[in-house]
Each structure stands twice: as structure tokens, then as C-alpha cells.
Design a protein around this ligand. Structure first.
Ligand code: 5GP
Ligand code: MG
Ligand code: MG
Length: 205
């Protein structure tokens, strides 16, 4: 389990990802130039966003602070149940700060909606979101960015369960340098069914 031979097709190669990440970092660097007060607080959603965050912050040409949150979704499927909880909170105080949330993928929007409310309650001046992938077709909840916050996305993702570049299936495949779709025999095993699965804890992102 967890090897390249289990990938049915590649959606974005390592090179395609690198060019898109560079474009996003330029866009973000321009948008936040002259930010008051600095620094921009970059909040990664663990674990899925770790590679994307590492790549993008190295290309952002502004002062940034980096922190992580962990958001856990409970339910009976690989689809968000709608009750995500912050299971590991920020260390940095975001009161009076501009925040950029970095996500691996926005699917139903439940996770982001929960996290944005959380950051709002903590007094962030603005909350922007930069997600590597976006599945707008599967959106169930609308989320409002805070203040002058903007939404950035790397790629629009088809309605398939994807792995690689930080994203897992059962905590495997995160280390693949590209994004791909698993072979059906892997993805249709009892624990991998999408959108339904067997675990009561859906996933740690
Ligand atoms: P949402 O709350 O928007 O439904 O869920 C977002 C989270 O679900 C993502 O941050 C990610 O952790 C997980 N997720 C959604 N779609 C996929 C997918 O296709 N592959 C993987 N590995 N995780 C996904
Ligand atoms: Mg995530
Ligand atoms: Mg996951």
C-alpha cells in the first residue's frame, strides 16, 4: 500500500504543480505588499497542506509567520459530516493580524467555514484562503472571507478522490510529488469508498 503502482492516472505532475505554485506566490506577494500590520500569518491546515505550504511560503516575498491548525471531521463517510472541530489550535495570536489559510483541498466547504469562524472569533482583521485544489461542484456550504480577504486556488479538481502532494488515503500517498487518482481496486476497498466509508472518525485532514 502507498506506492506509485496504485495510481491510475496523474492529474498534475510535479512540474505543473511547481509552476502553478510559483504563480500563486507571485499573486499573493503582490496582493499583500505594504500590508499593515505585517507579518502575514500563514495558517496551514494539517496534515494535507504541509507540502503546498512549504512550497508556497518559500516563494512569498513578504514577512510571514507560519502556524498550523488541525481540524477533525466526525461522521460516517469520507465526505464532511458538517461538524468539523478544531482539534489542535494555533500557537500564534492572530488578533489584529491578516491571515492566509493554506488548504490542500476545499470540498464541501465545511472545514473552511468552521476555520474562518474560528479565526474571526479570535479577532483576525482579514482572512484569505489559498487552497491548492478546489472542488466547487461538491460545495455544500458557502463561506464568507473576512475583511478584505481573497480566495486563491491552484487548480479546479474533478469530482474524484485524489492523493499525493500532501493528500492521503488512510495516511498513505502524502509523499507522492504529483497528484493522482487511485486505481479503482484500491479506491473501492471498504475503507476507501468515496463518498461513503466505514470509519466513525472521517479523517484528520
Ligand atoms: P470539506 O470540509 O471542504 O468537505 O473537506 C475538506 C477536506 O477534506 C480537505 O482539506 C481534505 O483534507 C479532505 N478531502 C476532500 N477531498 C479530498 C480528496 O479528493 N482527497 C483527499 N485525500 N482528501 C480530500
Ligand atoms: Mg485539508
Ligand atoms: Mg485526509
Amino acid at each position: 500500500m502507498g506506492s506509485e503502482s496504485e495510481i491510475e492516472r496523474i492529474l498534475w505532475t510535479e512540474g505543473e504543480i511547481a509552476s502553478r505554485v510559483a504563480e500563486l506566490a507571485t499573486e499573493i506577494s503582490c496582493a499583500f505588499t505594504g500590508l499593515t500590520p505585517p507579518p502575514l500569518v500563514v495558517v496551514g491546515v494539517a496534515t494535507g497542506a504541509f507540502l503546498f505550504l512549504a512550497d508556497i511560503v518559500r516563494r512569498i516575498t513578504l514577512p510571514v509567520s507560519v502556524d498550523f491548525v488541525r481540524v477533525e471531521s466526525y461522521g460516517s463517510g469520507t465526505e464532511s459530516s458538517g461538524v468539523p472541530k478544531i482539534s489542535s489550535d494555533l500557537k500564534i495570536d492572530v488578533r489584529g493580524k491578516h491571515v492566509l489559510v493554506v488548504e490542500d483541498i476545499v470540498d464541501t466547504g465545511h472545514t473552511l467555514s468552521c476555520l474562518i469562524s474560528h479565526l474571526n472569533a479570535k479577532g483576525a482583521i482579514s482572512v484569505s484562503v489559498c487552497t491548492f485544489l478546489d472542488k466547487p461542484a461538491r460545495r455544500k456550504v458557502h463561506f464568507e472571507l473576512i475583511g478584505e480577504g481573497k480566495f486563491y486556488r491552484g487548480f479546479e479538481c474533478p469530482d474524484s478522490f485524489v492523493v499525493g502532494y500532501g493528500m492521503d488515503y488512510n495516511e498513505l500517498y502524502r509523499n507522492l510529488p504529483y497528484v493522482g487518482v487511485l486505481k479503482p481496486e484500491i479506491n473501492s476497498s471498504p475503507m476507501a469508498s468515496f463518498p461513503s466509508a466505514t470509519s466513525s472518525v472521517r479523517h484528520l485532514h
